[in-house]
Write a protein that binds this ligand. Structure first.
Ligand code: PGA
Length: 257
């Protein structure tokens, strides 16, 4: 299998704002951020604001190439699901992406691999690009179970999609022990996990799909470690939490070549 960084693997730099930023803060962010990334033609840029700030983000990025993402969506088209938002609603609001299976949703909202598969399917059917997250926790890594866990999450989640569906998703490797902790994975650890995931994709689907899949790394990505991470050919981009909240720091990450 070729792991070469082909031009078809265009880099994706995504920011996940989690439960941060009001509408006013969202507008202020883009006013400062847009001039800083005006020359960034080498990558796709995605921002996932909270639901209530999506409209403001879409409005502010109207004439740009920035894609807006939902942080979550339900797998049903509509129904009695208090507090949930459908993929169709995200599309109508101007979103082009949705994050699926983030470890915080797995941990606090009981999102299982099967739910991840269903949500991914529903996102694709609505025309959204799912950014499907997976990753091991600290104990799993410390006890040598990383590959077992990644393989399990892969098979039960995105691995359950059809070839055609899978070819349209983005994968994000996010080791739980690195999220919000300041303990980023070393570039080598991240690259090894990406390589392993790419092998899972090849086994489940095909070498061609594996070679074309874009895998983002997430977990304490900062302006001062982005160079080392992106020097790894296995990393096709990043999913950034904390450091995406501040225009200058996210711009430094986006502009890294
Ligand atoms: P972090 O979050 O960059 O703050 O570690 C990453 C994520 O949760 O996607």
């Amino acid at each position: 299998m070729s792991d070469s960084h082909t031009p078809s693997r265009r880099r994706v730099m995504a920011g996940n704002w989690k439960m941060y930023k009001t509408q006013a803060e969202t507008r202020a962010f883009f006013e400062a951020f847009l001039p800083l990334i005006a020359d960034a033609d080498h990558c796709d840029i995605v921002i996932a604001p909270p639901f209530t700030s999506i409209a403001a983000a879409v409005e502010k990025t109207k004439d740009t190439k920035i894609g807006i993402a939902g942080q979550n969506s339900h797998w049903q088209k509509e129904g009695a699901f208090t507090g949930e938002v459908s993929t169709g609603m995200l599309v109508e609001s101007g979103c082009r992406y949705v994050i699926v299976g983030h470890s915080e949703r797995r941990q606090y909202n009981g999102e299982t691999d099967d739910i991840v598969a269903q949500k991914s399917r529903s996102a694709l059917a609505a025309g959204l690009i799912p950014i499907v997250c997976l990753g091991e926790n600290f104990t799993e890594r410390e006890t040598g179970r990383t590959e077992e866990v990644l393989s399990q999450q892969f098979i039960g989640g995105p691995g359950a999609l059809t070839h055609e569906e899978f070819s349209r998703i983005l994968l994000a490797y996010e080791p739980v022990w690195a999220i919000g902790t300041g303990r980023t994975a070393t570039p080598e650890i991240a690259a090894a996990a990406h390589q392993f995931l790419r092998r899972c994709v090849q086994d489940q689907f095909s070498a061609e799909i594996a070679a074309g899949l874009r895998i983002l790394y997430g977990g304490s990505v900062k302006p001062d470690n982005i160079q080392g991470l992106m020097a790894q050919r296995e990393l096709d981009g990043t999913l950034v939490g904390g450091a995406s909240l501040e225009p200058k720091s996210f711009a430094t990450i986006v502009n890294c070549k």
